[in-house]
Design a protein around this ligand. Sequence first.
Ligand code: 5GP
Ligand code: ZN
Length: 121
Amino acid sequence: MEEKDCIFCKIVRGEIPSKKVYEDEQVYAFHDINPVAPVHVLIIPKKHIKGIHWAEEQDEALVGHLFTVARTIAEELGVAPNEDAEGGYRLVFNVGKGAGQTVFHLHLHLIGGRAFTWPPG
Ligand code: 5GP
Ligand code: ZN
């Protein structure tokens, strides 16, 4: 369930400080230490899963819950879609080293508060 040396498991256990945004039985969300936008929150399952590629069928409800939590946080932090150019947010999983994943504990990036371009870098 937990991994002793995993940095995000340590954050869930409170061994590494973090700025909490949301918490329930299954999920923890906190501000990214190195934000790439005015809003940059990481939404993680408390259960250790290496990344979205490694989630199993039994994790489907948990993975779905991450998106519901993301919507709630987006509303709370004022980045929900609206008529303004700055409205809206991006949800990102980096999957594997080649795609930019550096922490191997599943995390959904919620980034917003500025305009984004496509394609991403
Ligand atoms: P990845 O590159 O794996 O998709 O994203 C990992 C994210 O975790 C990065 O955006 C990085 O800034 C963030 N991060 C890494 N270590 C810590 C930490 O100790 N605390 C917080 N709040 N964020 C972290
Ligand atoms: Zn972990």
